[in-house]
Design a protein around this ligand. Sequence first.
Ligand code: BG6
Ligand code: MG
Length: 246
Amino acid sequence: MNNPISTEMNQTLLPQLPIMGAIFDLDGVLTDTSELHFRAWKKLADEEKVLFTRKDNEALRGISRRESLLLILKDKVVSETYLQEMMARKNRYYIDSISTLTPKDLLPGSQELLENLRKEGIKIALGSASKNARSVIGSLGIEHFFDAVADGESVLNQKPAPDLFLYASKMIGIPSSNCVVFEDAAAGIEAALVAGMWAVGIGPQMRLPSAHMVFNNLEGITLKILSTLLTRVSDLKTHLSTENIH
Ligand code: BG6
Ligand code: MG
């Protein structure tokens, strides 16, 4: 476990082009394991007689296992030993559910975008809060695309802190301002913005209002398209800030 990286970042700084590094969240971006996390938590919550709905689950996207459990339990007080037992139990349910994952479970466009970025010489890192991330990318057959893996074991402060993404950019040797992050969670978009990176949301716009841009999924995205769109965002933001000065 690495020490937390300084979070003293200027949130208003605009990231730079060209894109030189790409950091992918895993659950909900490359594969639909966020649904499996939900089902495992739901089973645990039912056993514990705690009310937990799909709507409640939205707040758990991208959040660490421990923080997720604390949110589910709300103000219910339990011992540290029991917390640990519940986390282990949920993880057993989750591991059971990912035992059948295969490359067929990659979300549309994932494989193609990873191939395109590699071909273009972009450094690629995984930036997932999950301690199961390495095993999941292994089952999906995409390990070989990644120059570095930052996961739930890599840093102390998880998303929305920027530490995991800063750690990933350091591992691939690319300045954070030249990295783009693909994220389905509001917590992950916040982490990317604080890290000074391009933040690309994957999922409904309503869930990811702060992202620089949002796509439904990775289908059809290429480095060329991304660079064109982010150049427009960059020009627009520069124009707006200049206008404000006059
Ligand atoms: C994130 C998921 O990627 O990983 C969260 O979005 C999950 O839902 C978190 O809680 C931690 O995962 P794990 O596998 O370490 O329990
Ligand atoms: Mg996610």
